[in-house]
Write a protein that binds this ligand. Structure first.
Ligand code: DOR
Length: 431
């Protein structure tokens, strides 16, 4: 595998608090030396002047669509999109076909990932069979097959007793339950945020309270069980406040927010562009501000994309008929650097939300530049200007709300396990 010298970059290591210009040496898949003015020797040299050097980003929320919907994405294309976006590991959701509610599906995903994906892949299993919200999956067997969490993401577990039980059982294997918190009885057939925008569009609204009610219930059940609850795609001020209060009283809760919920308003849907339709929907400015404050003060631990590929023929229909979801792996870096530019996050805290915290949530190694750590690394050019064209990206799908937009900031090099897998000028290099 050899050696890689990364020279003269701004080393950002949230695990140690290091934010200094220096060099880093990778050998046989591990970080073997970090410091200023390391003596150069044999091996490849990467000039990191003007770049940030960070532990690889870990996306807690990705829909890879394999098995079953490979026309939207597969493990290979999703893995390539991931490393092109600076992610060295992807946590993939269970709403595939067949659903990942059986160890054979988990094993299939892991096997395909080993062969096809330049990024590490960590599967999430369904919490209930068929994502039906009724009967628990065989959680211990799924854990033994290698899943890092359980979630019915895309669907909500409406039955409170089922939610209580899955939390209790997940506690036995010490992995989180990731909740998709939308009370279906309040969402009804809502497709955009309930408010002025839904009224103007003449579309059914999905109210913020649908999320808040559900987060409140799940926090109470997490408190009762002592289990680890992870709240997916937080989008409302009410949910941020509830999570903050629960954390203060000792509930084991973590949370994520997406780049789109941090930067886009419900008004983005006024043109009926179905690439602004997702679940939960884009919200109003007070909710967006609360999410930004929540990620800034650490109430929300992680930024996760909810990368949800859908084909053009599925999205190019009436707003009500289109499936919810947007792709996000290749745009997360520039989109969320907006918070750094607005001084809501320091570069070090931004890396913590994309790397150190997500690895801690799933209990996997990573998120650090310590000597001895696996060499999962990303180099960021925070000032690089580029135009995002999904057709030129690595995802098979194009359903992005940022298509054609000017982006500032980009992952320029990605290294997984000591292997250079992506270079912005040469593209994805393996497998
Ligand atoms: O917008 C979404 N799309 N939200 C989800 O929870 C599911 C996802 C998908 O699978 O397309």
């Amino acid at each position: 595998m050899g050696r890689i010298w990364i020279r003269g970059g701004r080393l950002l290591d949230p695990a140690s608090g290091c934010d200094e210009v220096g060099d880093l040496l990778v050998e046989d898949g591990r970080i073997v030396a970090v410091g200023a003015g390391l003596e150069a020797g044999d091996g490849d040299v990467i000039d990191a002047k003007g770049r940030w050097v960070a532990p690889g980003f870990v996306d807690l929320h990705v829909h890879l669509r394999e098995p079953g919907e490979e026309y939207k994405e597969d493990i290979a294309s999703g893995g390539r999109a991931g490393v092109a976006g600076g992610f060295t590991a992807l946590v993939c959701m269970a709403n595939t076909h067949p659903i990942n509610d059986d160890p054979s599906v988990t094993e299939y995903i892991l096997d395909r990932a080993r062969q096809e994906s330049p990024a590490r892949v960590y599967p999430v299993a369904a919490a209930t069979r068929g994502l039906a919200g009724e009967v628990m999956t065989e959680m211990v067997a799924l854990f033994e097959a290698g899943v890092v969490a359980f979630s019915d993401d895309g669907k909500t577990i409406m039955d409170s007793n089922v939610m209580r039980r899955v939390l209790e059982y997940s506690g036995l294997v010490r992995v989180p339950i990731i909740t998709h918190a939308e009370d279906r009885t309040l969402v009804c057939d809502g497709v955009v945020n309930e408010g002025a925008v839904s009224t103007r569009l003449g579309l059914p609204g999905n109210p913020a309270v649908a999320e808040v009610v559900h987060v409140a219930r799940d926090l109470l059940l997490a408190e009762l069980s002592g289990a680890h609850l992870h709240v997916a795609h937080v989008s409302t001020a009410g949910a941020v406040a509830l999570i903050r209060a629960a954390r203060e009283r000792g509930v084991h809760v973590t949370a994520e927010v997406t780049p789109h919920h941090l930067t886009l308003l419900d008004e983005a849907a006024l043109g009926y562009d179905t690439n602004t339709k997702m679940a939960p929907p884009l919200r109003g400015s007070s909710d967006v501000e609360a999410c930004r404050a929540g990620i800034a003060d650490g109430t929300i631990d992680a930024i996760a994309t909810d990368h949800a590929p859908h084909a053009v023929h599925e999205k190019d229909v009436e707003f009500t008929a289109a499936p919810p979801g947007v792709i996000g792996l290749e745009t997360a870096v520039p989109v969320t650097l907006d918070l750094v530019r607005q001084e809501q996050l320091s570069p070090l805290e931004w890396v913590r939300r994309l790397s150190t915290n997500p690895t801690r949530i799933i209990g996997r190694p990573g998120g650090s530049l310590a000597v001895g750590a696996a060499a999962d690394l990303v180099l960021i050019d925070p000032d690089r200007h580029w135009i995002y064209d999904p057709a030129k990206g690595y995802s098979k799908s194009r359903n992005s709300p940022w298509a054609g937009r000017e982006m500032i900031g980009r992952a320029t090099v990605t290294i997984v396990g000591g292997r250079l897998v992506y270079d912005v000028d040469r593209g994805v290099l393996v497998p």
